[in-house]
Design a protein around this ligand. Structure first.
Ligand SMILES: Nc1ncnc2c1ncn2[C@@H]1O[C@H](COP(=O)(O)OP(=O)(O)OP(=O)(O)O)[C@@H](O)[C@H]1O
Ligand SMILES: [Mg+2]
Length: 280
């Protein structure tokens, strides 16, 4: 399969590549489109918090988009809205032309500080999403076994979360996000708790899974390097209220290896530009 076919690029990424930075670019068929999202939280102290203000994001089918931004700028809020777990105060969101009004089986989520249910084993935790989905359960369980193996968790299926390290728990939570074979995977800092070497390995595995499965992935990360290494695009958000500062196309060939990527002038250029924006 050609790389272009694998990545499923559409006019959206091409236009971004051409230097048009509006991420709500009208495309023939973006899989996910969010326009003008506003989210205001009321607080006990009385002052409302404007978490998102005019947030726009468009993702093509099969695209991998990374989001970076300062702490508290509304990244997790954005993810919850796209997952249908919360509603915006203004704006619209669509998944495959359908308005997002609640959680969907087509969307898998790996939450920030993902927690496994402590009274369930690793296996029970990761197949939990299959309880509510239809489809061929036996085939999905085989796939989950494969993901557990990739995540280095084979042999730990019958352990309880307290018997695992923090990194292992996080890897199990990632496998849980993949369990129902969602079309879209929303990941909120999924590797934050991992040590640097495991993180690099999981980055490589995520790239491999994504290239093989053609999922549409949104990855929120605090790591500029991780955002570039994995992304077709890196969306840089402003401080709160969050909106898109810049939407950068990553022109690096795939599959990417860490060693080659971090030495690539394109990587160095992007990393510098993103850091400059985040420092500003
Ligand atoms: N349920 C809530 N009630 C009130 N305020 C909230 C709520 N959730 C988030 N906020 C506020 O909204 C803003 C955005 O929060 P959010 O969790 O989306 O940030 P973030 O970009 O994910 O930050 P981080 O990088 O630290 O995870 C913050 O100021 C936060 O305090
Ligand atoms: Mg967050």
């Amino acid at each position: 399969m050609s790389l272009t076919a694998t990545l499923g690029h559409t006019a959206a990424t091409a236009q971004v590549a051409a230097g048009q930075h509006d991420p709500a670019i009208p495309t023939s068929a973006p899989l996910i489109r969010a326009r003008g999202l506003v989210k205001v939280y009321s607080t006990v102290s009385g002052d409302p918090v404007v978490a998102l203000d005019d947030m726009n994001l468009s993702m093509a089918d099969g695209e991998f988009v990374s989001i970076v931004g300062p702490s508290g700028c509304g990244k997790s809020t954005m993810l919850r809205l796209l997952a249908g777990l919360d509603t915006p105060d203004a704006g619209e969101m669509t998944l495959g032309h359908q308005p997002i009004t609640g959680p969907s089986g087509a969307v898998g989520v790996v939450f920030q500080n993902a927690t496994l249910l402590p009274w369930m084993t690793v296996w029970q935790n990761v197949i939990l999403p299959l309880q509510v989905g239809g489809g061929n359960r036996a085939a999905r369980e085989d796939a989950v076994r494969e993901y557990l193996s990739i995540a280095g968790l084979t042999g730990f299926e019958n352990k309880y979360p307290y018997e695992l390290s923090g990194g292992m728990q996080q890897r199990a939570a990632i496998v849980r996000g993949l369990a129902r074979d969602p079309k879209v995977l929303l990941m909120d800092e999924p590797f934050g708790a991992l040590d640097a070497l495991t993180r690099e390995r999981m980055n490589g595995e995520l790239q491999r899974i994504w290239m093989a499965s053609r999922k549409t992935v949104l990855l929120i990360t605090h790591s500029i390097g991780e955002a570039i290494f994995l992304g077709d695009r890196v969306v840089v958000m402003s401080g709160r209220p969050g909106k898109v500062l810049e939407d950068l196309r990553v022109n690096l060939p795939r599959p990417r290896s860490h060693a080659e990527t971090i030495a690539d002038p394109e990587y160095i250029r992007l990393a510098r530009e993103i850091r400059r924006m985040l420092d500003a």
